[in-house]
Every structure is written in C-alpha cells, then in structure tokens.
Write a protein that binds this ligand. Structure first.
Ligand code: NAP
Ligand code: G4F
Length: 346
C-alpha cells in the first residue's frame, strides 16, 4: 500500500524529547474515551478531548476526573468545529470514538445515528484533509463486531476475523459499516495512516448504565443491599464476546504504533449468554436463585437481534502482540464489586 506518512513509528510509550506527542480523542466522555485518556496521559501524551453541546452534563465529571485533558468544544456533525479542533490540537494521533453507540437507541433514532456514527467520520476525515493533517496524523476508527450481524450463514466456527462477511442488523451496525469502509477508502485513496479496530463488546466500571452488563451489575449491587427487588431486561439468550475495556484501549494505541495501517479484530475468543452473565453476577453476592430477581419486557427487545458474537483476535495477537488480561469471570466480578462499592456509598 502506498503511504505518504512521515511520522515516527516508535513512540514506544514515552514522550519525545522536548515535545509531548499530542492526541485528539472524540467520544472523550464515553467509556473508552476515559480509559484511553488515562492510558495516553500515563504514556506522556498531551490529550485533547472533543466535547459537544452547549452545556454537556458530563463536563464537570470529566474535568474533575481528568484535569489534564484539554477540552475542545466541537461536534462530529459540524465540520467547521472539527477543522478548528484539528488545528487547535495539532495531533499526531486521532482516535475517533464518538458515536451514537447504543444499538437499541439506533432503531429509535436511525437518522441521527447515520449523521453522527456514519457521516461524522467523513466530516472528521475531510477536516484532516483540508487542514493538511491527512499526512501529519494517524487515525483510529472505532469499528465494531455489530457489523458482522451474528447470523448462521456467515458465522465462522472459530470466530469472526478481519476477512469475515458483514451483515449488520441495526441502523447502528449499518452506520458503522459505512464508517468502516469510508475509513478504509481514505486509507487506500489518499495514503492516510488509518487503522480500524473491529472491537467486540468490552465493558467495565465506566460502562454506561444503558448497556446490559452494567445494567445488571448495578442492579445486582442494589438488590444485594436491599435497594431494588428486580431488574427488567429484554432477551436473555443472545451471546456476546465480552472483554474488559482497559485491555481494548491498549489495543487501539498499539494499532497506531504499528508500522503499517491495517484492520484488527480485538476479542476474547469466548462467547457467553446474558443468562450466564446474570448467573455469575448474582453469584458474586451469593445469590443462586437469581431468576426471581429478573423480569422481561418487550421495550428492551430489538426489531432484529444479533444472536451470537464470537471474535478471533489472532491477527492482533500475532502482529501487534496484543493480549487481553481480564477474562469473563474477572470482568463480571470487578464490575459487581465496583457497583457494590458505589451503591454502598450512596
Ligand atoms: P459510549 O460510552 O457510548 O461513548 C460515546 C461517545 O460519543 C460519548 O462521549 C458521546 O458524547 C460521544 N458522541 C455522541 N454523539 C456525538 C457527536 N455528535 N459529536 C461528538 N461526540 C459525540 O461508547 P464507548 O463504549 O466508549 O465506545 C467508543 C466507540 O467504540 C464508539 O464509537 C462505539 O460505537 C465503538 N465500539 C464500542 C464497543 C463497546 O463494546 N464498548 C465495541 C465496538 C465498538 P456525549 O457524552 O456528549 O454523549
Ligand atoms: O449491552 P448491549 O446494549 O450491547 P450490544 O447491543 O451488543 O452493543 C454493544 O456492543 C457492540 C459491539 O458488538 C458495540 F458496537 C455497541 O456500541 C455496544 O457497545 O446489548 C447486549 C445484548 C443484546 O443482545 C441485547 O438485546 O443484551 C441484550 N439485552 C437484553 N436486555 C439488553 C437488555 N441490552 C440492553 N442494552 N438493555 C437491556 O435491558
């Protein structure tokens, strides 16, 4: 592949002499944004985070937890603001994590999802081009296992890899597929250093309460402390390849340190149902008859479901040396313990 990039390949986790590498993160208020900001700060980067909205409710928490972040007000749907963001931050690396990321929400707001999750990426790539940053900065695109769709006909036995067929099952998955391909297209067309991470579900203490894992661990903690009786969920049979977000942001960074831009799956290679997650989460607080604490409601079911996701991370392990450290049981346990701690304090 033709490459026009003249950046140093070996940041090696330390600040360059006399100059700290600068990174711009979109989606800074989200789960991955927090983990990544922390990681890059530890590695000596100057971190810039894109914050949207006139009065973003998460601004104060962001400033308190991460006082080192340089906040830039911008929105993925507003190209002028993105041009400003690139010029202000002068980044060596751009991590595009901003998106409508909730699959259920994307069915209710498909056009907004397309504007932000799909076209927002194009806006950011064009902002790089018009500012001359297409050859100065490396770009990470947050692609997703939702693009595969989990249907029988395209499901490889040992897990989806970078060459597997796509069949997205939600407006979110479709928007992410556009984003994935426009990122690859800009890499091929303009020689930009663009890597995509096809990440399977990753969770942790920073996970939003609207996602099933955190909704469960938060409820388990409250039920254990007598503050809640049951949790109301949608379908319990779908299976996901669940890993820990801290492991996955390390993989994002590794992708941008590699000498060639490429596409990488990050996954654990294991898949578990929501029922299994529930059983394990309740077991952490000693509850075995967990079914009496779970109700189901159609409002949490989707018009089309992704039945099973299982990823094959062998390329990232081989090429990048990436390895996940937290396993399924470790993930569930740390999330429940974290929520017990939080619920105990409130
Ligand atoms: P998340 O917690 O939902 O965070 C999404 C972020 O996007 C938030 O910071 C949000 O900001 C920002 N955002 C939304 N609309 C925006 C706009 N118009 N302009 C700028 N920013 C906007 O998501 P996450 O779990 O950290 O995931 C990070 C990325 O990885 C997402 O692109 C997601 O789709 C993708 N991904 C996630 C997983 C996973 O399992 N977590 C797996 C594969 C791929 P506000 O606070 O202002 O809303
Ligand atoms: O936690 P979820 O909402 O995650 P989902 O749909 O797998 O999407 C997440 O992972 C993707 C990677 O594969 C990311 F790209 C995406 O941004 C997001 O981070 O739902 C997981 C499963 C689904 O089958 C859902 O139908 O849990 C099921 N579920 C059952 N009850 C529920 C609920 N999901 C949610 N959010 N809330 C429920 O009450």
């Amino acid at each position: 592949m033709e490459e026009e990039n003249d950046m140093p390949n070996e940041l090696e986790g330390v600040a360059l002499a006399g100059e700290r590498p600068r990174a711009l993160i979109t989606g800074i208020t989200g789960q991955d944004g927090g983990h990544l900001a922390e990681l890059l700060h530890e590695k000596g980067y100057e971190v810039f985070g894109l914050l949207r909205g006139q009065r973003n409710a998460r601004r104060e928490a962001l400033e308190t937890e991460f006082p080192f972040i340089n906040i830039i007000e911008a929105d993925l749907t507003d190209q002028t603001s993105l041009i400003e963001a690139v010029l202000t931050s002068e980044p060596k690396e751009i991590y595009n994590l901003g998106a409508v990321s909730h699959v259920g929400y994307s069915f209710r707001n498909p056009q907004l999802t397309a504007d932000i999750t799909a076209k927002g990426v194009l806006n950011l790539l064009e902002a790089m081009r018009v500012t001359g940053y297409s050859s100065k900065a490396r770009f990470y695109q947050a692609s997703t296992s939702e693009m595969f769709g989990g249907l029988d006909y395209n499901r490889p036995g040992n897990g989806y890899n970078e060459d597997s067929l796509f069949h997205p099952r939600s407006p979110y998955g479709v928007a992410k597929l556009y984003a994935h391909w426009i990122a690859r297209n800009y890499r091929e067309s303009y020689g930009m250093f663009i890597s995509t991470g096809i990440l399977f579900n990753h969770e942790g203490e920073r996970r939003g309460l609207e996602f099933v894992t955190r909704k469960i661990t938060n409820a388990v903690a409250n039920i254990h402390l007598g503050k809640q009786e049951f949790v109301t969920l949608g379908d319990l049979w779908p299976k996901r390849d669940w890993g820990y977000a801290g492991d996955y942001v390390r993989g994002m960074w590794q992708m941008l340190q590699h000498d060639e831009p490429d596409d990488f799956v990050l996954a654990t290679g294991e898949t578990h149902s929501i029922e299994e997650f529930l059983a394990l989460a309740f077991a952490v607080v000693g509850i075995t008859d967990w079914k009496r604490h779970v109700r189901q409601d159609k409002q949490f079911m989707r018009p089309a479901e992704v039945d099973i996701l299982l990823g094959d991370p062998s390329k990232a392990e081989r090429v990048l040396g990436w390895k996940r450290e937290v396993d399924f049981a470790g993930l569930v346990t740390r999330m429940v313990r974290h929520d017990l701690d939080l619920a105990g304090r409130s």
